[in-house]
Write a protein that binds this ligand. Sequence first.
Ligand code: ADP
Length: 488
Amino acid sequence: MVKEIYVAGEWRLGRGNVIQSLFPADNSVNAEISTATLDDVEEAIVKADQAWRKPEWRHSLPHERAKILYRVADIIESRVDELSKLQTRDNGKPLAETRALVMSAAATARFNAAACETFNEELTTQRAPDFLTMSVHEPVGVVAAITPWNSPIASEVQKLAPAIAAGNAVILKPAEATSLIALELAKIFEEAGLPKGILSVLIGRGSVIGDAIAQHPLVRKISFTGGTSTGRHLAHIAAEKLITTSLELGGKSPTIVLPDADIEIAAKGIAYGIFSSAGQACIAGSRLFIHQSIYETFLKRLVEITEGLRVGHPEQPNVHMGSLINPKHLESVHRYVELAKAEGGTVVTGGEAITAGEFAKGSFYKPTIITGLDNSAQTCQEEIFGPVLVVLPYQDEQDLIEQANDSCFGLAAGIWTENYRKAWKIARSLEVGTVWINTYKKFSISAPFGGFKDSGIGREKGRLGILSYMQQKSIYLGLNEQANLWSD
Ligand code: ADP
């Protein structure tokens, strides 16, 4: 049966063509899904605009919206096994990873419920004895949430929860590859009691449906996670409409090993930082800088660890890396490896697809380490979004900072050292939005997340993440019983 889309609280077939959801590990068909047309987009957005303005939603109390999000969290948690399996079918990530994403989605919903309930408005009276001023926050209206395929459910709830907590309506356009989990999320919000029209989930091509949602005059905020070029395109649209954006984009994150680092812990952390999710993560630590004094020793251990990683069927237990999202992406990753060789790089391990037996049905790629490149090489500058690590030596701190910052991206960085004073100094010098010291790819919902430079605009998460889905209004209450005095 062809899957329905969720248009303003109604489940119905989208009027567009039918697409197939494929399991990346063997390209078997998970489901057939109907897609939205421009008419569906129009309908969802017009109804969303009506829905958020309804007094029941517009004047709903924070604890009422929080209650929905608490329920969302409970439902997600109670269905963790099923949701992680569904997500693994969608994007080929190992079950342990998709389970973590599901649990993180539940935590995000709960955190935003609490943030919503405890959000206080400000009295701003200090300088005004004869009037009282207040600053209040109001919803922006209809929000477009456009998400990628690599961390579904977590990235969707990261947008939906604060947007809904803030009293908006949301049009969610997930990546086509991860439509199933996005549609399931709509069911969860519906079951949690979200009023009709406040959420629509529209499946379809980014360049058509995503674009039409972003362009629509009633959409008043674009919250996007995905590639930098798409983000830039959406920023242009937002500029024309004079609306705000939150853009969480690409990365080429440096990880740094200082001479005093614990080699075992650092090497394992670095392997996890790049090879988990098969490198398909914006925050992947894909550029490694090792101090020249320990370069050979460290690299040797890292290669051993990398060669011990288990690449396998994502539904099997204890698998470190599953399949890449699709054959086209595998080709793109491999092209980068070929380019690295052409640029003078040496593949010290990996560098090819895994095609033996059952692997041939999916898009499996060996975890790959490349040395011998200069930081200016294209492979050191561009985001590969796959299990490919480039490794470079550095001489001293100044050389390190210059190389690490020599990138158009600025999403994240990792530092491995026992010396926290040094780590602090380096962390402050790096032009990135997140720095992990002696850990990597760990997230706390209370810590704001976002990029410097081409890695994005705005911050998600944190207690104040909700603010990016609100607009501020100042209200003045005159306290004098006199007419206003003229002031020239
Ligand atoms: P990725 O490389 O992670 O797929 P994209 O930026 O291509 O990154 O996609 C992220 C999301 O943006 C997906 O939901 C995709 O469908 C959507 N998208 C792609 N192109 C556009 C566009 N021109 N306008 C709006 N959304 C788009």
